[in-house]
Design a protein around this ligand. Structure first.
Ligand code: SF4
Length: 209
């Protein structure tokens, strides 16, 4: 199902260091493009905003040299670019050990049934799966709605994951970069409301990831 070539990833945004989207210090990639249309999507910018075409080799080198423990890949829909992401992860792992967390709108069962997308699964330590369903958004930390499941696909984060994902509050931050403000993490209902007010007042100039 991957629609792009193996050596290029369409990227909306990257953050070199955050602990808001998985345990430890993570390099986060928000890929561009999504095949879903969830009402209340928290990442509209990854569907309708701008993007860069980034070479997997160059991104792999940059990530391998960074101090992150692991990467988190979100979007948008990462599995639309599963070939390129598999290539990226292999290239990073040729250079050093790294943990991999992926947020996807597909469910794990749907991914397992797809010959191409399923090839990425053995390279993922944690998969957080399922569409965002606004009516099921219950303020649970690190997921958008209660149908989404945190799947431990390897033992890498089993121990720390229980404490990390068992937190009782959502965490998000607003980061200022030049003329833009960026929302990172899964926001609580209160923070989301504030963020939407800011966007409205600024004429939609901000991004959300
Ligand atoms: S899967 Fe994620 S990015 Fe895609 S429409 Fe749903 S909430 Fe938005």
């Amino acid at each position: 199902m991957s629609i792009y070539e193996k050596s290029i990833i369409r990227v909306s945004h990257v953050e070199e260091s955050t602990d808001l989207l998985g345990p430890y210090n993570r390099f986060v990639i928000w890929v561009y493009g999504c095949c879903f249309d969830c009402e209340g999507c928290l990442a509209e910018n990854t569907k309708n905003g701008t993007y860069e075409e980034v070479e997997t080799d160059a991104l792999a080198k940059r990530i391998a040299k960074s101090s992150c423990e692991g990467i988190t890949i979100s979007g948008g829909e990462p599995f639309l670019q599963s070939n390129a992401l598999l290539n990226l992860i292999i290239k990073i792992k040729e250079q050093r050990d790294i943990g991999v967390i992926v947020y996807s709108g597909f469910t794990l069962d749907e991914l397992k049934q797809d010959d191409e997308m399923s090839l990425l699964l053995p390279n993922i330590d944690i998969l957080i799966d399922g569409r965002y369903i606004k009516e099921l958004d219950d303020n649970r930390p690190y997921v958008g709605s209660s149908n989404q499941i945190i799947h431990y696909l390897s033992s890498r984060y089993t121990n720390i994951g229980k404490a990390y994902y068992g937190a009782n509050k959502r965490r998000a931050e607003i980061k200022l970069t030049g003329t833009q403000a960026i929302l990172i993490g899964v926001p609580s209902h209160n923070v989301l409301k504030t963020w939407q007010d800011i966007k409205e007042k600024s004429g939609g100039m901000n991004n959300d990831f």
